[in-house]
Write a protein that binds this ligand. Structure first.
Ligand SMILES: [Zn+2]
Length: 318
């Protein structure tokens, strides 16, 4: 297939460029040229311990320069790999996969590779080369790339995406990375502060008791879920202690929901939180857990009623 020839030849140019930049011979475990209806997916699997984006971008520039120059691609055949290597000292080859007659593909003054696939005769036919993804998987890197018309279309949609990201963040092309970092940092720090405030709020609960059981109960909104879970875990470490708290999601306007945590000290074997939760909550919630620790989702407008019922149930029956 023509498109595959084009993509595959560009792959030779790219690996050759990486070799020049890194000053080492690379081993390409395999190259895939998958076709599907809306985009071709070409992937080179390169066995290398470290490959960073800057290196890939430099190689990408080099490949496009070679395309503009119109480097010729020639193919010749040798009787054996030994012959091929004698004639081409810098030959790139997966030795173990080659036996008998060897085809050598050369991009003029750039790369010489033993390869059985089809190639174009001039890099000009590649038009444009674009790397679309770099990822590490096991001991190798996967590089996805596009060529020709596809590469141009992809470049346009990638730049459109970047512009959309800039506008969403209120940043420009020069500042977008720093803005993204700042947004992330601020989000993390707000969450930390929310957790601290949530803990303070929960720690202010005055427990109710029937003389036997100590119950921490309450309905809150907009707290950090993690804080509720931690609070419950710590409180129930104490004997004869039960926690029944709901956190209503502040951003849910209609049909608000709350996250309920209902937990007791492990030794209170005659209280099955799971069973009590199901009896009390009926159709107004779902969830469950172990006999001593239940996490449920309840209807926001029923949260207070549910917590009251749970607490009546406990204070009456223990
Ligand atoms: Zn090839």
């Amino acid at each position: 297939v023509e498109e595959e020839k084009v993509a595959h030849t560009a792959e030779h140019a790219f690996i050759g460029a990486l070799q020049k930049i890194l000053g080492q011979t690379l081993k390409v475990r395999k190259v895939e040229h998958k076709k599907n209806s809306n985009n071709d997916n070409n992937t080179a699997f390169i066995a290398i311990p470290k490959l960073d984006i800057d290196t890939v971008i430099r190689a990408e520039h080099m490949v496009n320069a070679l395309i503009s120059e119109g480097r010729e691609v020639t193919v010749r055949t040798y009787a054996s790999l030994e012959d091929a290597k004698r004639d081409n000292p810098i030959l790139r080859a997966n030795d173990e996969r080659i036996s008998g007659e060897v085809r050598v593909v050369e991009i003029a003054n750039h790369d010489v590779t033993a390869c059985v696939r089809e190639h174009v005769q001039n890099l000009k036919e590649c038009e444009f080369f674009l790397v679309t993804r770099l990822s590490k998987s096991g001991g190798e890197y996967e590089v996805d790339f596009a060529v020709g018309r596809r590469a141009k279309d992809t470049a346009i949609s990638l730049s459109a995406k970047l512009m959309a990201v800039c506008s969403e963040l209120g940043a420009n092309l020069n500042t977008v990375e720093n803005t993204a970092k700042k947004v992330k940092r601020e989000g993390e720090s707000s969450f930390k502060r929310l957790k601290v405030l949530s803990r303070e709020k929960l720690q202010s609960i005055a427990p109710v008791t029937n003389g036997v059981v100590k119950l921490y109960r309450g309905v809150f909104s907009g707290l950090a879920d993690e804080a509720l879970q931690e609070f419950a875990g710590e409180m129930i470490a104490e004997p004869n202690t039960v926690v029944a708290v709901v956190n209503i999601y502040a951003d849910a306007e209609e049909d608000s929901t709350g996250r309920l945590i209902f937990a007791r000290n492990e030794t209170m074997k005659n209280l099955d939180c799971n069973k009590t939760f199901r009896e009390v909550v009926g159709v107004d919630g779902k969830g469950g857990g172990r006999p001593h620790f239940v996490i449920g989702i309840v209807k926001g407008e029923k949260a207070k009623e549910i917590v009251d019922k749970i607490s009546d149930n406990i204070l009456r029956s223990t």
